[in-house]
Ligand binder design. Structure first.
Ligand SMILES: *Cc1c(COP(=O)(O)O)cnc(C)c1O
Length: 363
């Protein structure tokens, strides 16, 4: 079987794939009402929140755009904390809709320093919201959202978190951490195909919604909440099959226990990093903030990164990701989120070890 180990889409359990083949039902009928309610309530358990959780049909980027346009107005000053490609994307969305974006850019491979965020908020009076990535998939770095939340909430700002590649895999208790909007997407740690973004919306975010003037129609949170509260429906036709898949995947996650899911990702993350280091390959992310869902590996002198991934794919059926933007050719990335266990990592590491010398690597 192919080892698809990119940071999304991720492999799905056979039971989940079977659900994708269920016959269609009326998305405004009783069976679907029941499924949507079950999925929403189970998602709240994993988000660890009592806030509203909305299912939006679209990819994660759609969820990021939705968070921006539902809380902000053109001209609003926001602080964007970017530690990589996805942090930059979040800032670009806000810019596109006319926000006055103050950028705090951190060297790629490093995590954001909460003190720097504190200072940036202080130096830029009038900042309304802080946009931050929990787990930066392009660099394999996880930000300390607990510490970041402290400085953002001490200053009484909205905290909007891209948790697309972490929620459901790395512990992120939304209520405990006072996250106003947390965004994730089905194809990352949820063991479900692409098609849905899920967002939690706090009372403070709803308050911001009331005065937000950025244009939106499809992504309107108020409309989504109203029809869900009244009828257990989505405003538009949702990705019905992905909701089916979620009913199965969430049952599996809750049966395993969310703390066990988080612990498994911790073990897997550690095992991957140790294995890579033992082969003499350098890790890209600073070790104190290394991600437990994606490991970025620096491509050392002599190793042909392109050939390495090609041989892995063609001869060992192990599919890894390359680097994005300026990291293209400089790193490769191993996604280890969702359906993954120790046996998978053993297999992948063994394949990597065999292919390294074939692609020019000399320890
Ligand atoms: C994957 C990812 C995105 C983009 O999600 P899409 O579903 O591809 O739109 C954004 N942010 C992070 C951190 C991601 O991992």
């Amino acid at each position: 079987m192919t080892q698809l180990r990119v940071p999304g889409p991720t492999p799905c359990p056979p039971e989940v794939l079977k659900a994708m083949a269920w016959q269609m039902v009326n998305h405004r009928g009783p069976e679907f009402h029941e499924m949507l309610t079950e999925v929403t309530e189970n998602l709240k358990k994993v988000f660890q929140t009592r806030n509203d959780v909305l299912l939006l049909t679209g990819s994660g980027t759609g969820g990021l755009e939705a968070a921006v346009v539902n809380t902000l107005s053109p001209g609003d000053k926001i602080l964007s904390v970017s530690i990589g490609v996805f942090g930059d994307r979040f800032a670009n969305i806000a810019k596109t809709f006319g926000a006055d974006v103050v950028s705090l850019k951190v060297e790629w491979g490093k995590a954001a320093d909460p003190d720097d965020i504190k200072k940036a908020i202080k130096d830029n009076p009038g900042v309304k919201a802080v946009l931050v990535t929990h787990n930066e998939t392009s660099t394999g770095v996880t930000n300390d959202v607990r510490a970041i939340s402290k400085v953002v909430k001490d200053a009484d700002k909205l905290l909007i978190v891209d948790a697309i590649s972490s929620l459901g895999s790395i512990n992120l208790p939304v209520d405990e951490l006072n996250i106003d909007i947390a965004i994730t997407a089905s194809q990352k740690g949820w063991m479900v195909p692409p098609g849905l973004a899920m967002v939690s919306v706090s009372p403070a975010a709803w308050k911001a919604r009331e005065s937000a003037k950025m244009p939106n129609f499809y992504w309107d949170f108020a409309r989504a909440k109203k029809i869900y509260d009244e009828k257990k429906e989505n405003p538009w036709t949702p990705a019905v099959s992905v909701v089916y898949a979620f009913t199965v995947a969430l049952k599996m996650m809750l049966k395993e226990g969310i703390n066990n899911v988080f612990a498994r990702h911790e073990r897997i993350g550690k095992m991957t990093r140790e294995g890579i280091k033992n082969m003499g390959l350098p890790l890209f992310a600073e070790s104190s903030h290394a991600s437990n869902t994606v490991t970025a590996v620096s491509i050392p002198e002599g190793l042909d990164g392109k050939k390495f991934r090609q041989v892995l794919r063609e001869q060992y059926k192990v599919v890894l990701a390359g680097g994005q933007q300026t990291l293209d050719g400089k790193i490769f990335r191993i996604g280890h989120l969702g359906m993954v266990d120790e046996k998978d990592i053993k297999e992948i590491l063994a394949a990597i070890q065999k292919v390294l010398p074939l692609a020019g690597f000399k320890k």
